[in-house]
Design a protein around this ligand. Structure first.
Ligand code: FAD
Length: 396
């Protein structure tokens, strides 16, 4: 390798792992393993979010459910407490009718013991990264995985600021590098993983509702707001500082669709017609619509999640899903707990990875299917009186 070598980071032969990606799954896994005595080194493509501006390129906030909270608790009570300090409770769906009649809350459960929480991705990522470093993990930013030589145990990372290569020697790699995983591509080249991605005919764009005077929320903060309109919809989740992140889901082709609603003026006209009560809440609609490209939505299926004892995939790198159940991150967090447990229980890495895949892949598949089903429910049924009646009966 004709490159800068991080020789000081050479891992000890056993109980050492290199994690690719310091996103949500990578940083939680780093906490879990470091606290169990593993030597963990994390390599992240982006800059440190605590120093540089946060460049996630992904959704701005996320719904955290009991599955995810339970996984955070497994990493330590202080992990859950640190995350929940900035979470906003969402009691249910607040459905906004098109005709301007007042929105109605459909509770998720019987009372406030059955709720979900909205959390800002940047806050969550920084909290988990800090706890990972406190637990002993080494995190290296500006390291984009480029190539892997599995037999030699060498990986090359690139610093995209100046194209400098950095080479490392690894014992084994964990791919927490998201839906477009570079590690998955490298594993697939060595041994096909049976990869298939099914994209939806819909994409999304994010907008913002700013706070009112005094950082007050402009609409009820304790709900996930939905504007269902048949083939398309809008949702809004609260952020603790008084804003809401609005996500607009439209067909790629249609009227309205991302091919017909292209300019800010066209977006404004669509909001005036279909989401009239949301329009005055989004003052930067025109600029933001033109500045943000639509994000693709897809489901990733893999037949294999690991390559011998050399590499394993977790989170979106293994099973990216459409966001309509709000469970992608929650499921990724559960992966971290399961992998940490299997690594402690199994006699070698290959067995641990195989047992992890057997344990988690049916669950991930089930959640992927529920997310696709919920897409249809949110899009078509939440404004349907028969559906509301059925929900009333279920709760009675
Ligand atoms: P990511 O969060 O994508 O992290 C991957 C990390 O790897 C990033 O930091 C990235 O920079 C880094 N990386 C990428 N390539 C490389 C490389 N080559 N080398 C080094 N590092 C690399 N889930 C929920 O549970 N609730 C929700 O409400 C929710 N809402 C969503 C809304 C939308 C619109 C979308 C798109 C997704 C939503 N999700 C939600 C899903 C959630 O975002 C993902 O499941 C979650 O981010 C997966 O975490 P991850 O760590 O696997 O991947």
């Amino acid at each position: 390798f004709d490159a800068v070598s991080d020789t000081s980071l050479k891992p000890s032969p056993s109980r050492s792992l290199a994690i690719v990606g310091a996103g949500l799954a990578g940083s939680l896994l780093a906490i879990l393993l470091s606290r169990r005595g593993w030597r963990v080194t994390v390599y992240e493509r982006r800059g440190d979010p605590r120093v540089s501006g946060y460049e996630s390129g992904r959704s701005i906030n996320l719904a955290l459910a009991e599955r995810g909270r339970n996984a955070l608790r497994q990493a330590g009570d202080n992990v859950e407490a640190a995350v929940m300090a900035r979470a906003v409770m969402m009691r249910g769906r607040m459905v906004h009718p098109r005709d301007g009649t007042p929105p109605q809350l459909q509770r998720y459960g019987r009372d406030d013991s059955e709720v979900i929480w909205s959390i800002h991705r940047r806050d969550l990522n920084i909290t988990l990264l800090e706890l990972a470093e406190q637990a002993g993990a080494e995190v290296h930013f500006h390291r984009r995985l480029h190539t892997v030589d599995f037999d030699a145990g060498h990986a090359r990372f690139i610093d995209d600021r100046d194209d400098t290569p950095h080479d490392i020697q690894f014992n084994s790699l964990v791919g927490a590098d998201g839906a477009g995983s570079a590690l998955r591509a490298a594993m697939n080249r060595r041994q096909p993983l049976g990869e298939r991605t099914e994209f939806l005919d819909h994409s999304y764009k994010e907008l913002e509702i700013p706070p009112a005077a005094g950082n007050a929320f402009q609409i009820d903060p304790n709900a996930l707001h939905i504007w269902p309109r048949g083939r398309y919809m809008c949702i809004a989740l609260p952020n603790h500082e008084g804003t809401f992140t609005v996500t607009v889901f439209l067909p790629n082709k249609g009227d309205p669709g991302f091919n017909t609603v292209t300019t800010g003026a066209e977006a404004q006209a669509m909001f005036a017609r279909d989401f009239p009560d949301a329009l005055p809440l989004i003052p930067t609609l025109v600029e933001d619509w033109e500045a943000h490209p639509p994000g693709l939505l897809g489901t990733l299926y893999l037949e294999r999640w690991h390559t011998d004892g050399k590499a394993v995939l977790i989170g979106d790198a293994a099973h990216a899903m459409v966001p309509f159940h709000g469970q992608g991150m929650n499921c990724a967090f559960e992966d971290c707990v399961a992998l940490a447990r299997q690594l402690d229980d199994a006699s070698d890495l290959q067995r641990a990875y195989a047992a992890f895949e057997v344990e988690r892949s049916p669950n991930a598949w089930a959640i992927q299917q529920m997310a696709l089903e919920n897409y249809l429910e949110m899009r078509d049924q939440v404004a349907d009186p028969a559906f509301l009646l059925q929900r009333e009966l279920e709760l009675a």
